[in-house]
Design a protein around this ligand. Structure first.
Ligand code: GLC
Length: 424
């Protein structure tokens, strides 16, 4: 049995070192402002990402509240006037050193400042975790209205069928880039990496061509996914907002977000549950077809406050704890082991990089572990944490891990993997 307190202390020191090492700061001429943020890693991921920032802030809330708040505020300072929060802010990047995809995912052809895509709304959840530690109402007043504006933006611009489930317009908006769910949405179920890559790029190119006009994009229906992880987080983020608005006596806003959460939850539970497989699937296109492939996103509703006991039990007993699906030696794999798309090892370096096709990621584990604890499955939660400790002790804080062997892959000193410390 490991000494959790000592381990927590050790991970705290490591996380601080990683965050310091990955911090980037400077002056952004395009905004006439100084910026300072933690990049996900030292190589390649050298910009500020939306949900990564939330995860970094959650970790920081364990030992440095002012730093946690400044990470959130730095990203929020790049929010668009209409409320939209972009998934990447290219703070110091200019057109000479930005990667090609930055131009495609941005509305600005020559000088991308931010992407025109978003990512799951983890910010309200992070802000609530931070607030619960020091009850700083000024921080709430500074952030809540901005966060509320983004949630309302999503509802106005990304819910064409008015069912309170949000549509994403690119696989990257899910945060789980090449999750096999999107192959269904794109009608390419083959395994040729180049072709797969191309089908994804085509979505982003079309979005760019349509200048990220959501109405046009969703009307054309070439990529419209009511995705499970994105929507679970959207719903719980609305619950966090509801609770937090109450703290600053904004009763109307509090009620608004509580209703929004409940309506989204009812819709999700009703529409995304598959009776045959007894699991949740994302929906795609206007006709809301099910993407019938089991991924970690199918388990995300465990994180919902209002999921009913019977479906919760099904998810945990028959899927999470099923050794043929998700209960591998180092759970939870991003794709169930009995799917043809399950590739537990890393993509070889010389091949096209494909993410989220089997390996275990610590950020998705964070949601499931928190969800399990919320509903009283403490033993299972502890078991997952125990396995993550073994993984991290042997391989350090890597980008993702092999669910069969625990081997860590790709970027080292990867920011959000320190979330493990928040679960101890
Ligand atoms: C990868 C992940 C995405 C993350 C980004 C930066 O693209 O799929 O979720 O935000 O890296 O870490």
């Amino acid at each position: 049995m490991v000494d959790k307190q000592a381990l927590k202390q050790k991970y705290q020191t490591l996380a601080k070192k990683i965050f310091e090492g990955n911090t980037i700061q400077g002056f952004a001429k395009w905004k006439s402002t100084h910026y300072k943020f933690i990049a996900p890693a030292k190589k390649e991921y050298v910009y500020q990402w939306f949900w990564d920032t939330a995860f970094h802030a959650i970790v920081l809330s364990n030992f440095d509240l002012p730093w946690a708040k400044s990470e959130i505020k730095n990203h929020l300072s790049a929010q668009w006037d209409d409320g939209f929060i972009p998934h990447i802010v290219f703070w110091g990047g200019n057109y000479l050193n930005l990667p090609h995809w930055a131009f495609i995912e941005s509305r600005f052809n020559f000088r991308p400042r931010t992407s025109a895509l978003t990512q799951p709304s983890v910010f309200p959840i992070a802000v609530e975790i931070i607030y619960n530690k020091d009850k700083d109402k000024d921080f709430l007043k500074e952030t809540l209205f901005k966060l509320a504006k983004h949630q309302k933006w999503l509802l106005e611009n990304r819910d064409p069928d008015k069912d309170y489930l949000i549509s994403i317009i690119s696989p990257n908006e899910s945060g789980m880039d090449e999750l096999p769910v999107f192959q269904y949405a794109l009608n390419y179920t083959g395994e040729n990496a180049a072709r797969l890559h191309y089908t994804h790029r085509k979505v982003d190119l079309l979005n760019h061509l349509f200048r990220f006009n959501n109405k046009k994009i969703l009307y054309r229906d070439y990529f419209n996914v009511e995705e499970m992880l994105f929507n679970t987080i959207y719903i719980e983020a609305n619950r966090s907002l509801s609770r937090l608005f109450k703290e600053i006596d904004e009763e109307n806003e509090s009620e608004y977000f509580s209703n929004l959460a409940n309506k989204g939850e009812v819709s999700l539970l009703e529409k995304c549950w598959d009776e045959k497989d007894q699991i949740f699937y994302s929906l795609f296109s206007k006709s809301e077809k099910m993407a019938r492939v089991k991924t970690v996103a199918s388990l995300m509703p465990i994180f919902l406050d209002g999921i009913d006991k019977s479906r919760l039990n099904q998810l945990v007993k028959f899927h999470l704890l099923n050794p043929n699906e998700f209960w591998r030696p180092f759970p939870i794999p991003s794709v169930a082991a009995d799917e043809t798309y399950y590739f537990p090892a890393d993509t070889p370096a010389h091949k096209i990089k494909l993410l989220w096709r089997g390996p275990t990621w610590i950020n998705t584990n964070w949601f499931i572990v928190r969800g399990l604890r919320k509903h009283g499955y403490n033993k299972i939660a502890d078991q997952i944490v125990e396995n993550m400790i073994n993984m991290v002790e042997k391989w350090g804080f890597r980008e993702y891990y092999n669910p069969e062997t625990g081997q860590g892959y790709r970027r080292e000193n990867f920011g959000w993997s320190t979330l493990l410390l928040d679960l101890l």
